[in-house]
Every structure is written in C-alpha cells, then in structure tokens.
Design a protein around this ligand. Structure first.
Ligand SMILES: C[S@@+](CC[C@H](N)C(=O)[O-])C[C@H]1O[C@@H](n2cnc3c(N)ncnc32)[C@H](O)[C@@H]1O
Length: 294
C-alpha cells in the first residue's frame, strides 16, 4: 500500500498509564490519544457545553481523560456489548455495591473460573449487576484485558512472575469507581449499535458542539479481541454516515486496511505515530481519518 502522511500524536503531560482515569484495561485502548483529542475539542464552536461522544467506547480511556481534565463538559459513552455496558452501568448506578464487591472478592483461580463461566454463559438481553462485575473482574485479571478466550495473568497454574492480582489494585480501582460516581451527571451511557447511536446523537440540539471519537473493532483483528458487531457491510455503513456531511466533527481510528483506505479516500487520512511510546511500532499499522474541514 502507498505511504500516507504521518500524524504525530503528542504526549499528554498530565497523563500516563500510571494515572489513568478509566478503571478498565483495554486491548488497543486509546488513552494515548488524549492530548490529540484535547486539541480537536478546541475546534468546537462554543467553549462551554462541549460534548465528546464515543460510539464504540470499550474502556473509554481517552474520553475519561478529557472529562477529568476539563476538555469535555459531557461525555456520551456507548457500547453494543451488553457485558461491557453492564460493567459500566454497575459502576455508575450501583457504585457502593460495586466497591463493596471489589473489596471482598478473592483473587484466585477458583474465583476466576466462576467469573469466566458467568461471562461466557451470559445470554440475557438486559442489564445484570453480577455479569457487569464479572466482566470487570475478567478485564482486570486476564492477559492484556481481553475478556473472552484469554488466559489468566500468571497462567492457569499461577506460577508466572505476575499473578492474578497484578492488575487489581483494589484501592485504586475503588477510587476510580468513586470518581466516576461523583461525575455521574456528566456522563451518558447507552447500549446501542454504534450506527443508531451516531444517528441519534447527530440529531440532538447539542450536535453542533459534539466531537465524535470513533474507534471501531479492527477490520482484520477485531473478532479476536472484542465482541465484534462489525460485518463488512457495517464498516461500509459507518463510512456512509460519516462521509455524508451530516456528522460535523469526528475523529476515526482504524487498522490500516485496504477497505478503510478505499471507504475514506475522500477524507483526510494519515498513519499514527506515537514517538514517546514503547508501543510505537504497533501504531504504525493504524490509520487516522478526519473530515476535510481542517
Ligand atoms: C476497539 S474497542 C474500543 C476501545 C476504546 N476506544 C478504548 O480506548 O478502550 C471496540 C468496542 O466496540 C464495541 N463494539 C463492537 N461492535 C459494535 C457495534 N456495532 N456498535 C457499538 N459497539 C460495538 C466492542 O464491544 C468494543 O468494546
């Protein structure tokens, strides 16, 4: 494939993985985009009531940093996966119960299997606190935060250097949950397909002052990492809505696949480079798409 221009993602001086706002770990999480998105938020019309909307929110690493650092007044988080939604909903609507459970839960393999089975067997179609908590537990105790089909940190025999509790600092997680609960009125949560979500948000009176940060599952690897609600037809439908001119401000990140280059050829495309990060190699395979308003 031909070379694209490169966009250097600046380092956010206030934030690193050590002081993340999101309580989730997320494979390919986009917390590293926060300084770039802060710049983009300044393009919004009004300096007040600025909204950041994430149709594929996952752990919402970047959106929460913008909320915490005052670059967004309101964030709208949406994820089609009911297990992820249940985890967010449990944190936001039942924070005391969630924190009490965090403080009590054991970090051993017997407990891990219990949460794994609950998440794997979930087939309901409505919010469930226990599934939400188990999803969160899996996110914090499996290798690289993958919720399904990944092994526990430290291995099944727990003989690795790091064990199940390596990423489960109870007090830190409790603080993050409490911060979210305290900011509850600045967060809107939904569990829709991303396309319906974008359609709904673009019709709101606040849409002129809304920035969409769109981070869909990858075209190539999506299915392995997350619940993947994206067929090729849906990738195409997403590009239809974004390039129609009816969604004013958006930033899109994807894997650099031929389909994506083709769908967004009329927009501003570049590759991402994150110079300060050890993960810079991986980022070269990602593409950043923005509308041609810049
Ligand atoms: C790449 S992840 C987002 C990661 C996020 N940006 C972060 O930093 O944590 C993609 C998310 O999209 C969700 N998803 C997949 N298909 C979807 C769809 N059709 N509509 C809405 N969400 C979807 C998945 O459940 C997953 O959490």
């Amino acid at each position: 494939m031909s070379r694209l221009p490169v966009t250097k993602i600046p380092k956010d001086p206030n934030r690193s993985t050590q002081n993340a706002v999101s309580p989730f770990r997320y494979p390919g999480g986009k917390g590293f985009m926060s300084a770039f998105l802060k710049q983009r938020m300044q393009l919004l019309e009004a300096p007040t009531n600025r909204v950041l909307a994430e149709p594929f929110c996952g752990g919402a690493g970047a959106a929460l940093i913008l909320l915490a650092d005052g670059f967004a007044d309101q964030i709208m988080l949406n994820d089609a996966d009911l297990r992820i939604f249940s985890a967010w909903h449990a944190i936001l609507e039942e924070p005391e119960r969630f924190v009490a459970k965090l403080r009590k839960v054991s970090l051993d393999m017997q407990e891990w299997y219990r949460h794994r089975d609950l998440v794997a067997g979930f087939s309901d179609n409505k919010y469930d606190f226990d599934v939400g908590f188990s999803t969160f537990y899996m996110n914090r105790t499996t290798r690289s935060g993958i919720i399904m089909n990944a092994g526990p940190i430290g291995g099944y025999d727990q003989r690795g250097k790091w064990k199940l509790d390596a990423r489960f600092n109870v007090e830190r997680l409790a603080n993050q949950v409490e911060w979210l609960a305290a900011n509850r009125n600045r967060l809107e949560l939904s569990n829709m397909d991303a396309l319906s979500f974008i359609d709904r948000v673009r019709r709101k009176p606040t849409s002129d002052n809304t920035m969409f940060f769109i981070d869909p599952p990858y075209v190539k690897a999506g299915g392995r990492l997350y619940f993947d609600g994206m067929s090729e037809a849906k990738h195409v439908a997403l590009s239809d809505i974004l390039t129609s001119g009816t969604v004013k401000r958006w930033v899109l990140t994807y894997d650099d696949a031929p389909l994506i280059r083709q769908l967004y050829r009329s927009q501003t495309c570049s590759n991402i480079s994150v110079n300060y990060s050890l993960q810079s190699k991986r980022r070269e395979n990602e593409i950043l798409v923005e509308p041609n308003y810049l």
